[in-house]
Ligand binder design. Structure first.
Ligand SMILES: CC(C)[C@H](C(=O)O)[C@@H](O)C(=O)O
Ligand code: SF4
Length: 712
């Protein structure tokens, strides 16, 4: 069991400690989850699991659902039914499934007719659903965004979504503490997006593996909440479990009066608690990175991994000068996919599309930043004739605010397409796509092969850089436009108070499904049929042929084995598809954590071994002879009489795999501890119970009643 932190603690240590429900001897901790965001892609099988097991959602008051990934961003004025608006069959099915599920399970839902609908990671903070010091999860890797508020926020897979829906907890191993400090003053034209791209370029996409990153230093302290969110958003691209920024005056000002933020005396108590949420003097970090702000210039990506970054003043790399053969091959492959010749100056790269949006950069400040560049280019400026450019606000509310500020007019008259809120061209799950071999400058966070559409090529950049590229038709140093004096000959954007847009006199607060007295919610009463003991398939000995693939940073979108296996999204579909192919074990030098957890939840084994051992097992695989993975003996038996390779795996996970144990059933055995935690939570952090919509009273007494307990 890891020693509890007794001396000075980090921000992460503090939030973690405040959410411990139960600790096993091996350190596996049952963590209470304060906030759960749900979207249509990763939730259908989770609700199905609940339904099959006869389990309700434990805390409907702490769960918020919306549609974002699959939905078209075409005008919604004529929207009547999801069936008619969402055409693509899979998308339609997922959206309709969510609509049904939120009704059946009694969840608050912002659907396509609701002005509060938007990308989960935009609407959580916008509503004040996201608060400092909380734990927040979503079946989505970019949940790390919410760490900008000093919360512990991380992405989970579909099985874990089901686990949280059923128990409001998650079994977790504590990550390491990492701190990235950026001190100094940023150069003109350098934004938060450039800072995080630069960081990922420095530490690599596996740089934060096993860690929760705290962003510290004068640069982050000076950042707005929007800028902090863009940084924390991409912590996942840096390989980390989560990213955090300690809350401060900027955080409190952002949250004050948000619809779901605490009000009145509760606000004062909450703020006093939030002020304690910072790393203590002398707190120990397992990993420290220091970066000088003045070293960062506007940054773009050239390749198919977020770590493939270059300053806009630089050139496409030349694989010929890379000595490591695996790295060289990987760069060659990327350049071939991207259709780029080595040593081409970045500013010579001609583009076809521009996408300004996504959970990284679709907030009001991002839209203003892009509009400022357009304005700086002069009133006759136009999007280059060969470029199609899209601006997609992150939520209906942001769209309204932008329209009230006149940003839509600036974009539209310049030739940008102004859309409705959603994930849009960030991910090829809806009609906004990049066509094969088209090149897109995108303010999103992933440039994986096929990410924006099969064969599409992505260059990640800031909103300002994307706007400049749209006007010039090629990658452009935004400073070229900033050289002109913004504010003298150029019209200034009239920024409006965001709070004007939060309140909604038309839409009623969410309908509570069950009521106890005057409470907005009741925690669902857990009635568990004792006969229901779902299980996952057991893993003991696996014998069969193996496939060797020498590719690094294999992302879930193009799932194939390699180093840092499964980096990218929380899609449990990745292990499911491996399983469908009959692949039940993956051996790699390192794994993305969400991917590894998803494998375990499906009874599959992820074995991390040193790079040279992986190579030699790869050679064994090439002989076409069987390998035998024996979890009971923790060894991999090899062909040709070679000695077996030993591996280690967490004891509890091993136990669950060997016995095919269902994590939800195990957790429900700890129901008493969960209830005790909830009572304490209601007393110390009462603002976390229930939604804070107007006129709604929040219950103080204990809510959960357990009729029957699962016999294990
Ligand atoms: C669909 C979803 C599971 C996925 C994620 O987890 O990140 C998506 O949001 C993405 O950005 O790739
Ligand atoms: S990364 Fe893209 S697809 Fe994923 S949640 Fe954000 S906007 Fe949506």
């Amino acid at each position: 069991m890891p020693a509890p932190v007794s001396g000075p603690r980090t921000l992460y240590d503090k939030v973690w400690d405040d959410h411990v429900v139960h600790v096993q001897e091996d350190g596996l901790t049952l963590l209470y989850i304060d906030r759960h965001l749900v979207h249509e892609v990763t939730s259908p099988q989770a609700f199905e699991g609940l339904r099959n097991a006869g389990r309700p959602v434990r805390r409907t008051d702490c769960t918020l659902a919306t549609v974002d990934h699959n939905i078209p961003t075409a005008p919604r004025k004529a929207f009547t039914k999801t069936e008619d608006y969402t055409v693509e069959p899979d998308s339609k099915a997922q959206c309709l499934a969510l609509e049904e599920n939120v009704k059946e399970f009694g969840l608050t839902y912002f659907g396509m007719k609701d002005r509060r609908q938007g990308i989960v990671h935009v609407i959580g903070p916008e509503q004040g659903f996201t608060l400092p010091g909380i734990t927040c999860v979503c079946g989505d890797s970019h949940t790390s965004t919410h760490g900008a508020f000093g919360s512990l926020a991380f992405g989970i897979g579909t099985s874990e979504v089901e686990h949280v829906l059923a128990t409001q907890t998650l079994p977790q191993k504590k990550s390491k503490n990492m701190r990235i400090t950026v001190e100094g003053t940023l150069l003109e034209g350098v934004t938060s997006k450039d800072v995080i791209l630069h960081i990922i370029g420095v530490i690599g996409t596996a740089g934060g593996t096993g860690c929760v990153i705290e962003y510290a230093g004068s640069v982050f302290r000076a950042f707005s909440m929007e800028a902090r969110m863009s940084v924390c958003n991409m912590s996942i691209e840096a390989g980390a479990r989560a990213g955090m920024v300690a809350p401060d005056e900027i955080t409190f000002a952002y949250l004050k009066d948000r619809p779901l933020a605490p009000k009145g005396e509760a606000w004062n108590v909450a703020e006093a608690y939030w002020r304690t949420l910072k790393s203590d003097e002398g707190a120990v970090f397992d990993k420290e990175v220091r970066i000088n702000a003045a070293d960062i210039v506007p940054t773009v990506t050239w390749g198919t991994s977020p770590q493939d970054v270059a300053p806009i003043t630089g050139s496409v790399p030349d694989p010929a000068i890379i000595s490591d053969p695996v790295k060289r091959k990987s760069v060659e492959r990327s350049l071939q996919y991207m259709g780029l010749a080595p040593n081409t100056p970045m500013t010579d790269v001609k583009i076809d599309k521009v996408f300004i949006g996504s959970c990284t950069n679709s907030r009001i400040e991002d839209l203003r930043s892009a509009a400022k560049i357009v304005l700086a280019a002069g009133s006759n400026a136009k999007v280059a004739s060969h470029v199609r450019a899209l601006v997609v606000p992150g939520s209906g509310i942001i769209k309204e605010q932008a329209e009230a500020e006149g940003l839509d007019v600036v974009f539209k008259r310049t030739g940008f397409d102004w859309r409705e809120a959603g994930c849009s061209m960030c991910v090829g799950l809806n009609p906004d796509k990049v066509a094969p071999q088209e090149r897109c400058v995108s303010t999103s966070n992933r440039n994986f092969e096929g990410r924006q559409g099969p064969g599409g090529r992505t260059h990640l950049a800031s909103p300002a850089m994307a706007a400049a590229a749209a006007l010039y038709g090629h990658l452009t140093d935004v400073r070229k436009l900033l050289g002109k004096k913004v504010g003298q000959t150029i019209p200034v954007i009239k920024e409006l108070q965001a709070s004007t847009f939060w309140t909604d006199p038309v839409l009623a607060p969410p309908e509570p499904q069950q009521q106890t007295g005057d409470a907005i919610y009741t925690t669902s009463i857990l009635k568990l049929p004792p006969s229901v003991t779902p299980s996952i398939s057991k893993f003991a000995v696996l014998k069969g042929i193996a496939a060797r693939i020498d590719i690094e940073n294999v992302d879930t979108d193009t799932i194939i084995p390699g180093e840092n296996f499964g980096c990218g999204s929380s899609r449990e579909h990745a292990p499911w598809s491996l399983d469908d192919f009959g692949i039940r074990c993956v051996i790699a030098p390192s794994f993305a954590e969400i991917f590894r957890a998803n494998m375990l939840q499906n009874g599959m084994l992820a074995i991390a071994l040193p790079r040279d051992v992986c190579r030699s097992l790869g050679e064994d695989a090439e002989t076409g002879e069987d390998l035998e993975v024996d979890l009971e003996k923790n060894e991999i038996r090899r062909p040709g009489g070679k000695p077996p390779v030993l591996f280690s795996i967490d004891l509890f996970q091993r136990h669950c795999l060997l016995n095919g144990l269902d994590y939800i059933g195990l957790t429900l055995q700890k129901l008493d501890a969960i209830e005790v935690f909830e009572q304490r939570r209601s007393t110390i952090w009462p603002w976390l119970d229930g939604f804070g919509y107007k006129g709604v009273k929040i219950p103080i007494s204990s809510k959960t009643k357990v009729d029957e307990k699962l016999e294990w």
